[in-house]
Unconditional design. Structure first.
Length: 311
C-alpha cells in the first residue's frame, strides 16, 4: 500500500538524515582521547628507574654503615703503643716490590723526653690550633676545599695532627675522598678516646721522618746525631719543615723549600712568643749552616715541588 504522498508503506524508523554542513562553514576536529595503554607504557620505565635508584641508595647506605662499623676503635691506644702502622706496612711492601731491603728505625719516647722547641715547631707548622679543635679544623678545611675546587684536585691542606695520626695508623696515602671521609671518622674516635697530649705523643712517635725513619727520636738521631731531648730550635724547625714530604726534604737534599719553611717556622715561634728574638736570630743562622744555604743563595733558582706525600 501507498501513502497519499506516493511513498510505500513500511516500518517507522527514528533515523534522521545526516546533517550536511552548509557550504563554507568550519568543522571543529576533536582529537581522540589519550590511550590508557600508552600512559601505562610510559609510566613503566620511570617506575623501573625509581626502583633502580632506590636500590642503589640502599646499597650505598649499607656500604657506608658497614665501613663505619668495621673501622678500628681507638680505646686500645690509651695505654698501648701500636707495634706497627698502616704507613709502615705500606712502605715495607713498596720496598719489597722494588727489590729493596725493608728499613725501619723507630724508638718510642715520652712527650716530656722531646725538646719543647721541637714540639712547638711541629705544632706551629702542622696544626697551630691543635689544642682548640676536636680533630677537625673547619676554617682550614673550608679554605682547602675552596682551593681543591679551583684546582680540581684534592690537596694536602687542612689535615690536623689528629687526622694525620689516623691516616698513619690505619689508612693509606691515597688522596681519594672516600679515604678522607674515613680519616675524619677515625680522627673523631681518637679525640673521643684519647687526651690531646696522648694524641700528640703518638703522632710524634709514628710520623715518617725519612726513608724507613719513624718518630722524632729516630728522626733526630738520623739527621742530626742527637736525641729528641737535645734538639735545638733550628734542628726542631728543620724536622718540622720536613713533614710535608719527609722522604724528599732531607737536610742533605739541598731543598730550597725546606730552607724557606724552616725559616718561616722560626718566625712563627718568635711571633707567638715561644722563643725570644735572640733565640730566633741564632736559629736562623744555625738553619743556614745546617742546610748549607743563605738568603742570597736561596732567593732564586728553580721552582721546587712543595706538595707532600699525602693529602
Amino acid at each position: 500500500m501507498s501513502n497519499t504522498d506516493g511513498r510505500p508503506e513500511g516500518p517507522e524508523t527514528s533515523e534522521q538524515p545526516e546533517a550536511v554542513p552548509p557550504s563554507g562553514s568550519r568543522v571543529a576536529v576533536v582529537p581522540p582521547a589519550p590511550s590508557v595503554t600508552r600512559t601505562a607504557r610510559t609510566s613503566r620505565p620511570r617506575s623501573w628507574r625509581r626502583r633502580v635508584l632506590l636500590g642503589l641508595a640502599v646499597l650505598l647506605l649499607g656500604f657506608g654503615v658497614y665501613e663505619y662499623v668495621t673501622l678500628p676503635e681507638a680505646e686500645s691506644l690509651v695505654r698501648e703503643n701500636p707495634k706497627s702502622t698502616a704507613l709502615m706496612d705500606q712502605r715495607a711492601e713498596e720496598a719489597r716490590e722494588a727489590g729493596k731491603k725493608v728499613r725501619r728505625r723507630q724508638q718510642w719516647v715520652s712527650l716530656t723526653s722531646i725538646s719543647r722547641h721541637a714540639v712547638a715547631s711541629v705544632l706551629v707548622s702542622e696544626d697551630a690550633g691543635f689544642y682548640g679543635h676536636e680533630g677537625l679544623d673547619t676554617t682550614e678545611l673550608r679554605k682547602a676545599m675552596g682551593e681543591a675546587w679551583e684546582k680540581r684536585q684534592l690537596g694536602r691542606g687542612a689535615s690536623t695532627i689528629t687526622q694525620q695520626l689516623a691516616k698513619n695508623l690505619w689508612l693509606s696515602t691515597d688522596r681519594s675522598l672516600f679515604r678522607k671521609a674515613k680519616e675524619l671518622v677515625l680522627a673523631h674516635r681518637l679525640e673521643e678516646s684519647l687526651t690531646k697530649k696522648r694524641i700528640l705523643a703518638l703522632y710524634l712517635n709514628v710520623v715518617e721522618w725519612g726513608n724507613g725513619v719513624y718518630g722524632i727520636e729516630a728522626g733526630a738521631r738520623e739527621h742530626f746525631g742527637v736525641s729528641a731531648s737535645q734538639l735545638s730550635v733550628a734542628q726542631g724547625a728543620i724536622l718540622a719543615a720536613m713533614l710535608p714530604a719527609p722522604r724528599k726534604r732531607s737536610p742533605k737534599s739541598g731543598s730550597r723549600a725546606l730552607w724557606r719553611r724552616a725559616h718561616w717556622i722560626v718566625d712563627q715561634l718568635s711571633s707567638v712568643g715561644r722563643i725570644t728574638g735572640a733565640e730566633a736570630t741564632t736559629a736562623r743562622t744555625d738553619i743556614d749552616q745546617l742546610l748549607g744555604r743563605t738568603p742570597a743563595a736561596s732567593s732564586g733558582g728553580e721552582e721546587e715541588d712543595e706538595t707532600g706525600d699525602d693529602a
